[in-house]
Design a protein around this ligand. Structure first.
Ligand SMILES: [Zn+2]
Ligand SMILES: [Zn+2]
Length: 452
């Protein structure tokens, strides 16, 4: 006869059932505390110099306790993290999400599956309306925290002058000025400042020197990240020359080491030289840090140019990694979020970075860079670490299969073992240079009314 090790007893305490013509709902009696207890994981929290086996407790969307032997309470979700790395939620500060024409692919959910908890999307085509548009998607329910950079050319597309644009991003622009010189849609005026920066892109537009100077003036005075598409080393040199000491970030710097515009190693050496200046920062693409050197049907480094990049990582000249997108997305970047976790693990295995320093490239370091560039301490207080009071963003990694075993965003499980948890839609918020809001509000409009 058939035998079953389990009796129906324990299930009776969990499963809905019918008993003697009436409905049983045992879970109704269990309070849902919303707490998640991560037990016995190897917590690697570079900002707080922590690398030890311990517990992390999340509640109310935040980290509320870190330490050994945290007791669970009725209603807690307890996750056994033994043998897994528990790290601050990965911040991918260059990841194209919801970019133009993104209609048939799903990079937002896929990035959550790959352990990304917070992403900043640098669409060169983004206009001043981008926060309202992508913000509506956040309102309708997305599993990750999202922010945007606005395309540089679009930044100068209105009648606003530089002083007025600076005021706009500081929340000081007069409504009257906005309605006559910027937009006839007040939603755009209200939400435009909810950005993190500007993306200048040589592949979309070559701007005249005087326009680029205006862009630097806006970003340096309004404390926005100024990001340039780095690929042609000569273009990067031109932009750095025009920056005249004002902050500039060389996006996907390793693309200059792929030989699309001159020699690969020479190109990488040229941009690394630019990074030695105090006001110039950079980021490397995770896909390009792996054995495959890049994307076979995209662009790839050579062994020699990759070594130049490794040296820059080892010396600390660059301490940020990004994915730049997903290869099957409409806005195909130079890499893929699926390479993020493998790249972090492999850099540590190769001895180029310690494990803690490797994890920091997508946690504490981008948070610190964004805080410094935007002058806003929220980014280091709440993001990129697992100290008490930090936002409840956690990525749990299995070093053996190099996958995100769990992705937790604002205290909610959004993915497990590379699979989206549908209930996690809506966990994400909108991030700007000033911090995060859970809702932008544009996705909640169901009617518009205009005064006649
Ligand atoms: Zn780019
Ligand atoms: Zn990009």
């Amino acid at each position: 006869m058939y035998k079953n090790k389990l009796s129906a007893g324990p299930f009776g305490e969990i499963l809905a059932a019918v008993k003697n013509e009436s409905l049983k709902d045992p879970m109704a009696a269990v309070s849902d505390t919303g707490r998640i207890l991560l037990k016995n994981g190897t917590v690697v929290d570079p900002k707080n110099n922590m690398e030890e086996v311990t517990d992390v407790l999340l509640a109310g969307g935040q980290v509320v306790e870190v330490g050994g032997g945290i007791a669970s309470e009725k209603g807690d979700r307890v996750i056994d993290c033994e043998g897994l790395l528990v790290v601050p939620g990965l911040i991918d500060m260059h990841l194209h999400l919801g970019d133009l024409f993104e209609v048939s692919t799903n990079p937002i959910h896929e990035s959550a599956q790959d352990g990304v908890t917070t992403a900043l999307s640098p669409g060169a085509g983004n206009t001043l309306m981008a926060p309202a548009l992508l913000g509506a998607e956040v309102d309708r329910g997305l599993p990750v925290n999202i922010g945007v950079y606005i395309g540089a050319a679009n930044m100068l597309a209105t009648m606003l002058d530089v002083d007025e644009l600076v005021d706009l991003f500081l929340g000081k622009l007069d409504e009257e000025v906005a309605s006559t010189k910027m937009t006839r849609n007040m939603i755009t005026y209200v939400t435009a400042p909810l950005t993190v920066g500007i993306k200048e892109h040589m592949g979309h537009f070559l701007m005249p020197d005087e326009s680029i100077d205006k862009i630097f003036e806006i970003t340096s005075r309004a404390k926005l990240i100024n990001m340039t598409h780095t690929q042609d080393p000569e273009h990067a040199q031109r932009l750095v020359a025009l920056s005249k000491g004002r902050p500039i970030h060389l996006a996907h710097t390793t693309a200059a080491g792929c030989g699309t515009h001159g020699g690969a190693r020479e190109g990488m050496e040229t941009v690394v030289e630019l990074l030695r200046q105090e006001h110039v920062t950079g980021e490397f693409v995770t896909t390009m840090m792996r054995e495959g050197l890049g994307s076979r049907e995209g662009i790839s480094m050579t062994k020699a140019s990759q070594q130049v990049a490794f040296d820059a990582l080892e010396s600390g000249l660059v301490d940020i990694l990004i994915s730049d997108g997903q290869n099957d997305a409409t806005m195909k970047g130079f890499g893929d979020t699926r390479d993020n976790i493998p790249a972090l693990i492999e850099l540590a295995q190769k001895g180029i970075l310690t494990r803690s320093k490797a994890i920091a490239t997508m946690t504490a370091n981008p948070a610190k860079l964004i805080a410094e560039k935007t002058g806003n301490g929220w980014w280091t207080e709440k993001m990129g670490h697992l100290g008490v009071g930090a936002s409840g963003n956690v990525t749990i990694i299995d070093e053996k299969d190099k996958l995100a075993t769990y992705t937790i965003v604002n205290g909610e499980m959004v993915s497990f073992e590379n699979r989206t948890v549908r209930r996690g839609n809506g966990a994400g918020g909108w991030v700007s240079k000033y911090g995060m809001v859970k809702r932008v509000g544009t996705g909640n409009f169901n009617t518009f009314s205009y005064e006649k």
